[in-house]
Ligand binder design. Structure first.
Ligand SMILES: [Cu+2]
Length: 211
């Protein structure tokens, strides 16, 4: 029973840490893990609009994935509800080009976001826009949206945390290659089940040692 409890704890801990969260600016709604592969993380309507600097802003994410690439789409529609709303002339409108995250990359990151520098038509002082953060990891594209009103010369409140903090504690110390991405915090996609199983097996080992 004790062993079973530990295994279940391992599974719940993994679920809680899967994917990524948008910490700032606030997303459209509460994080729903299994909705994150969908448009705006499952939220089709603008909500929680935040005043945001036209230039010199940042966003903050917390990710459970040790290896990832991210970019930021932008829409100047009032209530963007499809991926097409984040395109112009058939091309993605990017407020920030795709970039590779640091490795190991599980942790909290603060990423500069200068919307003025992206030169998006209509993304100007006073405009309502929506950014869609895209994180590409082992389980495909993941999405979170934040609805904004752009304000020239605005400074983000100093209470808003902007830190870079990797969580080395999530890496699997028994991983012999040292560079594999499968050893750390995992989701529950089929390709990641072996890592979850190995985490569960490690806990079984601890449980037997205690008996
Ligand atoms: Cu994930």
């Amino acid at each position: 029973m004790f062993v079973l409890t530990l295994a279940l704890l391992a599974i719940f801990a993994s679920v809680a840490n899967a994917h990524f969260r948008l910490l700032y600016p606030p997303p459209r709604g509460d994080f729903v893990d299994d909705q994150e592969p969908n448009f705006c993380g499952g939220y089709n309507n603008a909500a929680n609009r935040t005043t945001f600097p036209l230039s010199g802003g940042f966003f903050s994410i917390k990710t459970g994935h040790p290896s990832w690439t991210a970019g930021v789409l932008i829409s100047t529609a009032e209530n963007p509800d499809t991926f097409d709303d984040f395109k112009a002339s058939g091309q993605d409108e990017l407020a920030l080009n795709y970039f590779k995250g640091p490795e190991p990359g599980a942790g909290t990151f603060c990423i500069p976001l200068d919307i003025a520098a992206a030169n998006i038509t209509d993304a100007v002082d006073g405009a309502n826009v929506t950014i869609q953060i895209v994180v590409q990891a082992t389980d495909g594209n993941l999405y979170q949206c934040a609805d904004l009103t752009l304000v020239k010369d605005l400074k983000i409140d100093s209470n808003v945390s902007c830190v870079n903090e990797t969580s080395a504690t999530t890496s699997n110390s028994t991983n012999s290659t040292g560079s594999s991405h499968s050893g750390a915090v995992v989701g529950l996609s089929a390709s990641q089940m072996p890592a979850l199983l190995s985490a569960a097996m490690a806990l079984f080992g601890v449980a037997f040692a205690l008996l």
